[in-house]
Ligand binder design. Structure first.
Ligand code: ADP
Length: 604
């Protein structure tokens, strides 16, 4: 991945941000730049032009009242401009910044939603994504600060240059000679700053992970029980801090040297010395400069120098910003490889699902599914079983088209699933994942997971889905029934669900939608055996006409399936009904015996 950009690329990123900000908040941007320009013009008039006017007037013996009137008019005029600025800084700026943050973030989140799940397996992608989300607000801040600086300081330089040309053009030569040298120093400093940031990214990610482990409640219980893991996490956290410190130290030394050459040697000693020498020589030896001209020339040169430094520093920040924006845009330009098909909708009703010679491997390279074939007739209930890591969940991800296979195909209703529009296809399947999430929203929203119409009918259907999933709606913690907020993170009246209750909500999501194909990955793993048995009875009843594929570790839950597929090392090694498989006396029978033995032991 590119770490430092060429000037052309850096300018392209600024141009992108300029277009973005002007498109989203045109009025604010105009005022933002106007304010910076106006302030610099006021400063120039007050501290350079007016000083020159007063000193010249004094040298020429002008009338005191005339000078005072002129000053008074200018002070009132510029004072008038300060009134809207308070409004701008306390109201307009914070409001519009937020609009820009949100718009930029939404582009990233929008992209993240459409990008393939496989991208998350790619370390480089993940780093770019994390960096993109972390840096969006700061990118906007840095751009606003840069555009403000650039507009104001360019005006400041122009005013001072023109005035200096008018009063004392020779003095400008010093600035003109030293400026390119300063630019070289600043460019080097900038390169090192960006390199340092890039080198810190992976350590900062680990540090962030360490932070999460220690502050998220998800980890709190286990960490209290397993001291060794706590110690490891702490050691990793310390290690990442140490790595960040050493990167800072390593680059800090170089940055210090560049700063020394630039700020101390060039700017302070060489430039200041040369300016004072020329001005005093003009005034005292050549006698071509008056006192007023000396003061004004010095002021102009100071302002040119100062503004150029501000511009250069601004450009440095902008170049650093450009590197981030470049990576954000790289992310925004990523195209999903899982492309949507032409077919707008999936036919109504249950259809045959056939998996034909499927091969698949994640980015890490190892082949996870090998020549997997199976057919599920409409209304059939099939189960995928096997030990951990045999490829069951991976097969489900392919069925849902979260990944595309490397070889073979999946057909639904007689068509390759790649021919359907991706969202239409995914919507036609009800799925419950092992790693489902409960969101900080109401119980109803957690079941709907989609746009709600607020109708009575909708509420009734949500309640029915929860009821069918055996969720206890009579629970007296549900003070607002289905409107009760879940999680206590933001709501005082919220409730936290147990693992089993949460799983029932996830099942209710699927039941609410009434799809004809239901895929459940360990749907009842968090339930106790009795609750699991009851739920399975219920699910069999509800899903009587539907096609159901489910994965379960507990073989007792799959024994009624029409067909059971035993997976091992990414292959289907046995197929049949529970009885047939037991008769075969193969892997399934072996697994059944082990589990039956465990239950017998537990019962004994
Ligand atoms: P099962 O559901 O049978 O437990 P999985 O389908 O989850 O098995 O995993 C099958 C294999 O694929 C395992 O070796 C697992 O480590 C690997 N695997 C799963 N997800 C990923 C991923 N995102 N990236 C790389 N390998 C993965």
């Amino acid at each position: 991945m590119q770490e430092t950009l060429t000037w052309r690329q850096a300018i392209a990123q600024q141009w992108y941000l300029t277009k973005f900000c002007f498109k989203k908040t045109p009025g604010f941007m105009m005022f933002h730049l106007f304010e910076s320009i106006e302030i610099q013009i006021s400063i120039f008039i007050e501290f350079t032009w007016m000083v020159n006017y007063i000193l010249t007037a004094v040298e020429q013996g002008e009338d005191f009242r005339k000078i005072l009137t002129c000053m008074g008019i200018l002070i009132v005029f510029f004072g008038f401009f300060t009134i809207p600025y308070g409004l701008y800084h306390h109201y307009v700026l914070p409001k519009n910044k937020l609009v820009l943050y949100q718009a930029f973030c939404m582009e990233i989140y929008g992209k993240a939603k459409e990008i393939d799940l496989s991208c998350y397996d790619d370390k480089e992608f993940y780093e770019t994504f994390i960096l993109a989300t972390e840096e969006t607000d700061r990118c906007i801040d840095r751009y606003l600060s840069f555009s403000y600086t650039l507009a104001g300081q360019i005006i400041s330089v122009l005013c001072s240059v023109f005035f200096c040309v008018y009063i004392n053009p020779i003095a400008l030569l010093v600035v003109a000679v030293l400026l390119p040298l300063e630019l070289i120093c600043v460019t080097q400093e900038n390169k090192k700053t960006v390199e340092a940031r890039m080198e810190r990214v992976s350590h900062e990610q680990k540090r962030e992970y360490g932070n999460r482990v220690f502050y998220l409640s998800d980890y709190a219980g286990e960490l209290r029980l397993y001291q060794q893991m706590k110690g490891k996490c702490r050691a990793d956290y310390e290690k990442s801090n140490y790595s960040i410190r050493s990167v800072n130290q390593q680059f800090g030394r170089k940055l210090f040297v560049y700063g020394l050459i630039h700020r101390v040697l060039l700017s302070s000693v060489v430039k200041e010395g040369a300016v004072w020498f020329i001005l005093l020589y003009q005034m005292l030896v050549l006698r071509v400069l008056s006192g007023a001209q000396l003061v004004t020339s010095r002021s102009c040169i100071f302002r040119i120098s100062n503004s150029m430094n501000n511009i250069i520093n601004g450009c440095r920040t902008a170049a650093e910003n450009a590197a981030y924006v470049y990576r954000i845009r790289e992310f925004l330009q990523m195209e999903p490889t899982i492309v949507s098909g032409e077919e707008k909708s999936v036919p109504e009703g249950s259809g045959r699902l056939s998996v034909e010679h499927l091969d698949f491997g994640y980015l890490s390279g190892q082949q996870v599914l090998k020549d997997v074939s199976l057919t599920v007739e409409p209304g059939q209930k099939i189960a995928l079983v096997g030990y951990n890591g045999s490829g069951k969940t991976t097969l489900v991800k392919l069925l849902l088209r979260l990944y595309d296979p490397d070889g073979g195909k999946i057909c639904y209703h007689g068509k390759d699933i790649r021919d359907y529009q991706i969202m239409a296809y995914r919507r036609s399947i009800g799925s419950v994942f092992q790693d489902f999430k409960i969101y900080a929203a109401t119980l109803k929203e957690n079941v709907l997971m989609d746009v709600e119409d607020g109708s009575r009918e909708e509420n009734y259907r949500v309640e029915q889905a929860l009821y069918d999933a055996h969720f206890m709606l009579e629970d007296n913690r549900l003070s607002y029934q289905i409107e009760t907020p879940l999680t206590t993170e933001f709501e005082k009246n919220g409730i936290n669900l147990s693992g089993g209750e949460a799983q029932k909500v996830a099942i209710a999501r699927t039941l609410y939608r009434k799809q004809n194909l239901i895929i459940m990955d360990e749907p009842s793993s968090a339930l106790d055996p009795l609750a699991e048995y009851r739920l399975n009875q219920e699910l069999n009843e509800i899903a009587r006409d539907k096609t159901v594929i489910f994965i379960s570790h507990r073989l007792s839950t799959v024994r009624d399936a029409d067909s059971i597929y035993m997976m091992e090392n990414g292959r289907i090694v046995e197929t049949g009904t529970h009885e047939e498989l037991l008769m075969q006396g193969g892997k399934y029978a072996e697994m059944w015996k082990i589990q039956a033995g465990l239950y017998a032991d537990a019962g004994a």
